[in-house]
Design a binder for this molecule. Structure first.
Ligand code: CA
Length: 378
């Protein structure tokens, strides 16, 4: 199975004004992605996705990676991974360089599964679960006078949909954060799981102050309290609070996750399969986490391609720790409007309440709707 062609698709969707949403990093007015399609000499076509601004990722794939891929055996994902990373490591050990490799690696696993007529989760060693419990990612900042009230209504909507867990944004100043967390917790009651995500808006001191002010609201985790480079800050926050700490969505490759895991900077590590290096590297990161007693909840902020890939990965992650009634990985289900997630698959995964079915078709099990691909091409 030789690689014949590598196609790059930049997709973009401008959000209508009413759907623009905010995090501590700013307002989000568009959804965009790079998809990589690898075509083999026997006519198979595999898809992958790269996390982050797509124009740069596309240039990396087209200019640097594709010339090294043509004619290679598509089964040799690990050899290809080392070749791409090793050839360019002097210039890019994190960020785009690894995100672009991720897209290629996911496409290679999709191809391998199609060729062997097996889903990727089976190639990874089998599924510990064929259904995953999702948590709703939403509760962003809105352009309204009273965000606390708007968040409470939104949270009630997720609860009514059947979500037992949800995650809200903080990072807008301690007073507003506390007001918002209180409003959401009061809206959903004591039994549902609530997490908060600062998108690294604070330094360690501020994060600790916020954490202490909201400890009474029983948070399941505090995500990205400080900037990803500040591993000492993560350790300081984690030691000071009774809330589990999560992070890792902006970390890359096994070397990036080594310190987070070995120093127990986080309780929950969140590799994004479209950023951290694809299936090949996510699997190594999961092994690092397992060896360090750290739980893995994949970060998912993707089109249907990354969404499907993340479902396969989540199905194959061993429970941490194993038990008769083990604590299972929670799947991040982005509830913000995004047609690239909702429309690109002709066969979206079935969802009942907050339970998602893991795709069973060969490879990613994803049937791309080429008309949708064309509609959102930038
Ligand atoms: Ca996050």
């Amino acid at each position: 199975m030789k690689i014949r062609e590598v196609r790059t698709h930049v997709l973009r969707h401008e959000l209508p004004e009413a759907e623009v949403f905010g995090s501590s990093k700013g307002w989000h007015a568009a959804r965009q992605a790079l998809l990589v399609e690898i075509v083999t000499d026997d006519g198979l076509s595999g898809f992958g996705e790269a996390y982050g601004p797509p124009a740069v990722n596309r240039t990396l794939v087209d200019e640097l990676y594709t010339p090294r891929l043509i004619g290679r055996d598509a089964f040799e994902h690990a050899v290809i991974w080392e070749d791409l990373f090793g050839t360019f490591r002097d210039y890019g050990r994190k960020g785009w360089a690894v995100a672009a490799i991720s897209a290629i690696d996911i496409a290679l696993w999709d191809l391998k599964g199609q060729a062997l007529r097996q889903p990727v989760w089976k190639l990874l060693g089998g599924a510990f679960r064929r259904e995953v419990q999702a948590y709703a990612t939403g509760l962003y900042r809105h352009r309204v006078a009273d965000n606390a009230r708007a968040l409470a209504r939104e949270a009630e909507g997720y609860a009514a949909e059947g979500f037992r867990a949800m995650k809200m944004k903080v990072g807008f100043g301690l007073d507003e954060d506390v007001r918002n967390v209180r409003a959401v917790r009061e809206a959903i009651g004591p039994d549902r799981l609530l997490a908060m995500d600062a998108n690294h808006a604070y330094d360690a001191g501020q994060a600790i102050r916020l954490g202490r002010k909201v400890e009474a609201y029983d948070l399941a985790w505090f995500e990205e309290p400080v900037v990803p480079e500040d591993v000492d800050g993560y350790c300081q926050v984690r030691a000071a609070l009774r809330i589990p700490i999560a992070g890792g969505e902006t970390e890359y490759a096994r070397w990036g996750f080594r310190e987070l895991c070995a120093r127990r900077a986080v309780d929950i590590v969140q590799p994004d399969i479209c950023g951290c290096g694809g299936f090949t590297e996510a699997w190594r990161i999961a092994a690092l986490a397992s060896a360090s007693g750290v739980t893995v909840y994949p970060h998912v902020w993707a089109t249907a391609v990354g969404f499907f890939a993340s479902l396969h990965l989540t199905a194959a992650l061993p429970p941490n720790p194993p038990a008769m009634l083990p604590s299972e990985p929670l799947f991040e289900l982005d509830r913000t409007p995004n047609p690239l997630r909702e429309q690109l698959a002709q066969n979206p995964p079935k969802r009942a309440g907050d339970v998602l079915e893991v795709p069973a078709g060969p490879g990613l099990g994803l049937e791309i709707d080429r008309r949708v691909l064309a509609r959102y091409r930038a």
